[in-house]
Ligand binder design. Structure first.
Ligand SMILES: C[S@@+](CC[C@H](N)C(=O)[O-])C[C@H]1O[C@@H](n2cnc3c(N)ncnc32)[C@H](O)[C@@H]1O
Length: 301
């Protein structure tokens, strides 16, 4: 990393050419701003805390400390990669979701705060029901089934993903969070790995739902680095959603619920798909905290 041109706020104890915590944060923030990051200061803090093996808050009590050569080398590599739009979560290898930390790799979608709406909605359906059975489709990092299992001690979950690599990450997360004994991870296309005749109280999914043509317009962080298998919902974004609505009734117990995440402009289309199918009642579109349509749900009639 080259010497910063603007080193105005150097600690009084550091020599002008020394890389203190404060100087490296300032330089990195400036560098990532120039490379298009929307949260350059936050990125700089997370990457530096990771390079030093400390909590972010500790950076603030150690502004004047000089980085070791090893810390600087690690930070230099991470900043280079971040400048090429690699998401911070992949660089540090984890992401928070619903107050839990999940290991993430480039094989899985980075869990989004939007998806917490789907988890909250699902939990509200579980209530005190003993021994509910849940089918989750599109495991990814495992953030949905693992959070449900952590929050509800008696649920049993089957979780399916078409990507074996994603399923491996989810299994590892389930072990970390000590719920692996209550989640059966399966690999395959939607319902295909399930034993015929199985029926669930709830089916929940965060499916790929981005319109294929819109993928080119996504931020480079997402477009260049996150798995397109997790994003691409086909021409109108509804390819997987259509199949979920059509096939879920045969895997639900009578009165069971299907809930899934949707794009903010997909609420009306999903309501129409549920209605046209004829097997569902209580069709609802739920908004997220930003007041965008985010979850579609309906009950098997
Ligand atoms: C939007 S991501 C959701 C990941 C995770 N549940 C989350 O909320 O962060 C969709 C996931 O569905 C998986 N997927 C895509 N098509 C699938 C299919 N036909 N059958 C099963 N899983 C599929 C992808 O591999 C990806 O992990």
């Amino acid at each position: 990393m080259s010497t910063p041109e603007n080193s105005a706020a150097v600690s009084p104890v550091a020599k002008p050419d020394e890389w203190t915590v404060q100087r490296i944060l300032e330089w990195t923030t400036n560098h990532l701003t120039q490379h298009g990051s929307e949260s350059p200061r936050l990125d700089a803090e997370i990457l530096l805390a990771h390079s030093r093996g400390c909590a972010r808050i500790e950076l603030y009590t150690r502004f004047a400390e000089v980085l070791t050569d090893e810390e600087r080398a690690t930070m230099r590599e991470l900043v280079k990669r971040r400048a090429k739009a690699e998401p911070v979560a992949y660089l540090v290898g984890h992401k928070e979701f619903y107050n839990l930390s999940f290991q993430v790799t480039a094989d899985v979608l980075i869990p989004r705060p939007d998806t917490e709406t789907l988890v909250m909605e699902t939990l509200s359906h579980l209530g005190d029901q003993a021994e509910s059975t849940i089918l989750e489709i599109g495991t990814g990092s495992g953030c949905i089934p693992i959070t449900l299992a952590k929050r509800h001690s008696s649920v049993r979950i089957t979780s399916v993903d078409i990507s074996e690599a994603a399923s491996d990450v989810a299994k590892s997360n389930a072990e970390t969070h000590e719920v692996a004994d209550r989640i059966d991870f399966q690999i395959g296309d939607l319902f295909s790995p399930l034993e015929s005749g199985t029926q669930f109280d709830l089916i929940v999914s965060n499916p790929p739902y981005i319109k294929e043509d819109d993928i080119a317009e996504l931020d480079p962080d997402v477009r260049l680095h996150e798995p397109h298998l997790a994003l691409n919902g086909g021409a109108d974004g509804l390819d997987v959603i259509r199949r979920l609505i059509e096939t879920a009734p045969q895997w639900l117990k009578p009165g069971g619920w299907l809930l899934f995440e949707i794009g903010e402009d997909e609420g009306n289309a999903c309501r129409e798909l549920f209605t046209a199918n004829g097997s569902y009642t209580n069709i609802q579109i739920i908004k997220d905290l930003n007041k965008h349509d985010r979850v579609a749900k309906a009950q098997l009639a």
